[in-house]
Design a protein around this ligand. Structure first.
Ligand code: NAD
Length: 511
C-alpha cells in the first residue's frame, strides 16, 4: 500500500505547497489565515492533505475589482499574443503534469492514468486556444445599401465567473479560463471546496507564468463556500457571464439567479447517460465501452454510463460477460498499479450509493452484481441492477458506479427508454448497422448534446463542443465554436457614402 503521506510530502515539495495554503489569488496570494478555511481530505484513506484558506467578503470585493481592472488592459492586447501566453501555460503544465496529476489522484481519488489525463486535458485545451487566437472570425454580409459595409465582430465580454464541480477539479477550469482569456476576458474561479487543494496547485503553476510575463491578473482564484462566494458571483452584475458546472439542483438555482439579472450563463449540469447495445454490435467493443463508461472514475463522471439498453437476443450473454468483467476489476487506492476503480469522494457519496441500491430494489430492480461497500472507507463495488422501464430511480443521477440494465426488442423501444430521462448529456450506440446508427443520430434518435457510435458515453475530446440538453443545461464549452459564448457579438453597419440611405426603402427626407 502506497504511503500517502510520503507521496503528499514529495509532491508538495515539487509544487511549492504546504500544510496550510492560501486559497485566494488575485494577482498576489492573500496571506493564509485559520479564520475561514477548508480541509482537503483524501478519499483514498481519509488522510488530511492540507488546509486552504477561504475568501472573506473583503477578498471577494477586492478580487472582482482587480479582475475588472485587468480586463481593460487584457482585452486590448492582440489575441495572438494572448494565445501565445496560454501556450506558455500549457508548456509549463507539461513540466508539472505528473505532480499535478498526483494531486488530483490524492484529492479527487482518480486512478493514476485519469489524474494524469485530467492535466493532459488542460494541456490540450491550452494548445487548442493558441490556434484559436488567430481564428476569432466574424462574418461579412452583403449590405443592401450603396456605399455600406455590414459585418459582425466578436468583442471580449468582461470578467467571467467560473464555478466548478469536484469531479473535474482542474480540467473544467481550463476549458473555460483558457478559452475566455484567449478571447480577451479575465476570469475568477470558485472551485468545489472538496478539491480546493488542486485549485491551489494549478494556480501556483499558472501564477508563475503570469508573474514571469508581467501580466495583469487575468486569472483569479477564490476558494470558499458555494452559498457564500458562488452565490455572490451569480448575483454580481459586474460579472456578465457565469460558467457553472455541477448538479442540476445547484445549476437550476444559479441559472435562475443569473437570468434574473439578465446575465449570461453556461450551464454544464448532471447527466444520466445511456448506451444502447444492439444485436448488430461488436460485443467486445460494446463490453469495453460500457464497462469503462460505468466504472471509470467510480461512476463519478458527468458522462458516466448509468443505463444500458440491450437487445433481447444478446441480453443474457452481454450481461453475463459484463458481470465477469466487473468481478475481475481491481478496486482500491488510485495510486496503486492496475487499480481501475478508486474511492467515492466522501462518506455522503457512499450513503447515496447505498440508498439508491436499496430504492432500486424496492422499485422492482434485481441486483445482478455489487450493491455493497468494498472493504472500508469510501470504496464500493461497481453495481449492475436489472431494471424495468419507468423505475423512478433510473431517471435520477446517482453519482456512483451503478448501472441499470434494460432489455429491448425494437429500436423505437430502445430509443424511448434512452430518452426517457430529464437529463441529456451523453449517449452511445454500439452497432455495425448503418440504419441503426443513422436512426440514433436522427431527430427521433438521441436527444443528448453528445452522441457516440461504438465508443463510450464517457471520455470526450477537447476538440468538440462539450455540453448537454434538457436538464443538463444547454451550455457548450471547450472546442469547436464554444469560444463564442465568452464574447459578445456585435453587428456593425458602416456608411462610407455621402448620404444616409435607409434600409427597406424607408424615406426620411429633411432639408
Ligand atoms: P454541486 O452542484 O454540489 O457543486 C458544484 C459547485 O457549485 C461547487 O463549486 C459548489 O461549491 C458550488 N455551489 C454549491 N452551492 C452553491 C450555491 N448556492 N451558489 C453557487 N455555487 C454553489 O456538484 P458536485 O457534487 O461538485 O459535482 C457533481 C455534479 O456535477 C454531478 O451532477 C455531475 O454530473 C455534474 N458535472 C457536470 C459536468 C458537465 O460538464 N455537464 C461536468 C462535471 C460535473
Amino acid at each position: 500500500m502506497t504511503d500517502i503521506k510520503r507521496v503528499r510530502d514529495e509532491t508538495f515539495r515539487k509544487l511549492g505547497l504546504q500544510e496550510k495554503n492560501s486559497g485566494i489569488f488575485n494577482g498576489k496570494w492573500i496571506d493564509y489565515t485559520d479564520d475561514g478555511r477548508t480541509e482537503s481530505i483524501s478519499p483514498i484513506d481519509g488522510t488530511s492533505l492540507a488546509f486552504i484558506s477561504t475568501a472573506k467578503e473583503s477578498d471577494y470585493e477586492k478580487t472582482i475589482e482587480i479582475i475588472s481592472k485587468a480586463f481593460t488592459e487584457w482585452s486590448e492586447t492582440p489575441a495572438p499574443y494572448r494565445g501565445s501566453i496560454i501556450k506558455k501555460m500549457s508548456d509549463r503544465l507539461v513540466e508539472y503534469k505528473e505532480d499535478l496529476g498526483r494531486i488530483v489522484s490524492m484529492e479527487a481519488g482518480k486512478v493514476t492514468s485519469e489524474g494524469q489525463g485530467e492535466i493532459q486535458e488542460m494541456i490540450d485545451i491550452g494548445y487548442f486556444a493558441q490556434g484559436l487566437s488567430r481564428q476569432l472570425y466574424g462574418l461579412t454580409m452583403a449590405s443592401e445599401r450603396p456605399m455600406h459595409r455590414l459585418f459582425e465582430q466578436y468583442v471580449p465580454l468582461g470578467p467571467v465567473g467560473i464555478i466548478t464541480a469536484f469531479n473535474f477539479p482542474s480540467a473544467v477550469w481550463s476549458w473555460n479560463s483558457f478559452i475566455a482569456a484567449t478571447v480577451g476576458d479575465t476570469t475568477v474561479w470558485k472551485p468545489s471546496s472538496k478539491v480546493a487543494l488542486t485549485s491551489v496547485a494549478v494556480m501556483k503553476i499558472i501564477s508563475k507564468v503570469m508573474e514571469e510575463e508581467s501580466l495583469p491578473p487575468i486569472f483569479a482564484l477564490l476558494n470558499g463556500n458555494g452559498k457564500v462566494v458562488g452565490e455572490r458571483m451569480a448575483n454580481d452584475r459586474r460579472i456578465p457571464l457565469i460558467s457553472f458546472t455541477g448538479s442540476v439542483k445547484t445549476g437550476r438555482h444559479i441559472g435562475t439567479r443569473v437570468s434574473e439579472r439578465l446575465g449570461k450563463s453556461i450551464l454544464e449540469l448532471g447527466g444520466n447517460n445511456c448506451a444502447i447495445v444492439t444485436q448488430n454490435s461488436d460485443m467486445k467493443i460494446a463490453l469495453k465501452g460500457v464497462a469503462f463508461g460505468a466504472m471509470a472514475t467510480a461512476g463519478q463522471r458527468c458522462t458516466s454510463t448509468r443505463r444500458v439498453v440491450i437487445n433481447e437476443k444478446i441480453y443474457s450473454e452481454f450481461l453475463n460477460k459484463l458481470k465477469s468483467i466487473y468481478e475481475n476489476v481491481k478496486i482500491g487506492s488510485p495510486l496503486e498499479n492496475g487499480v481501475l476503480v478508486g474511492p467515492l469522494i466522501d462518506n455522503e457519496a457512499v450513503k447515496n450509493y447505498l440508498a439508491a441500491v436499496k430504492t432500486a430494489q424496492e422499485q422492482g430492480g434485481k441486483l445482478l452484481y455489487g450493491g455493497k461497500p468494498h472493504n472500508s472507507g469510501n470504496y464500493v463495488l461497481p453495481t449492475i441492477i436489472e431494471a424495468k422501464e419507468g423505475m423512478p430511480i433510473t431517471r435520477e443521477e446517482t453519482f456512483a458506479p451503478i448501472l441499470y440494465a434494460f432489455k429491448y426488442s425494437t429500436m423505437e423501444e430502445a430509443m424511448r427508454i434512452h430518452n426517457d430521462v430529464p437529463q441529456g448529456l451523453s449517449s452511445s450506440i454500439f452497432t455495425n448497422d448503418i440504419r441503426e446508427e443513422e436512426f440514433f443520430l436522427s431527430a427521433r434518435g438521441s436527444d443528448c448534446g453528445i452522441a457516440n457510435i461504438n465508443t463510450s458515453t464517457a471520455g470526450a475530446e477537447i476538440g468538440g463542443a462539450f455540453g448537454g440538453e434538457k436538464d443538463t443545461g444547454g451550455g457548450r464549452e471547450s472546442g469547436s465554436d464554444a469560444w463564442k459564448s465568452y464574447m459578445r457579438r456585435q453587428t456593425v453597419t458602416k456608411n462610407f457614402g455621402t448620404d444616409v440611405p435607409l434600409s427597406q426603402g424607408v424615406r426620411f427626407n429633411i432639408e
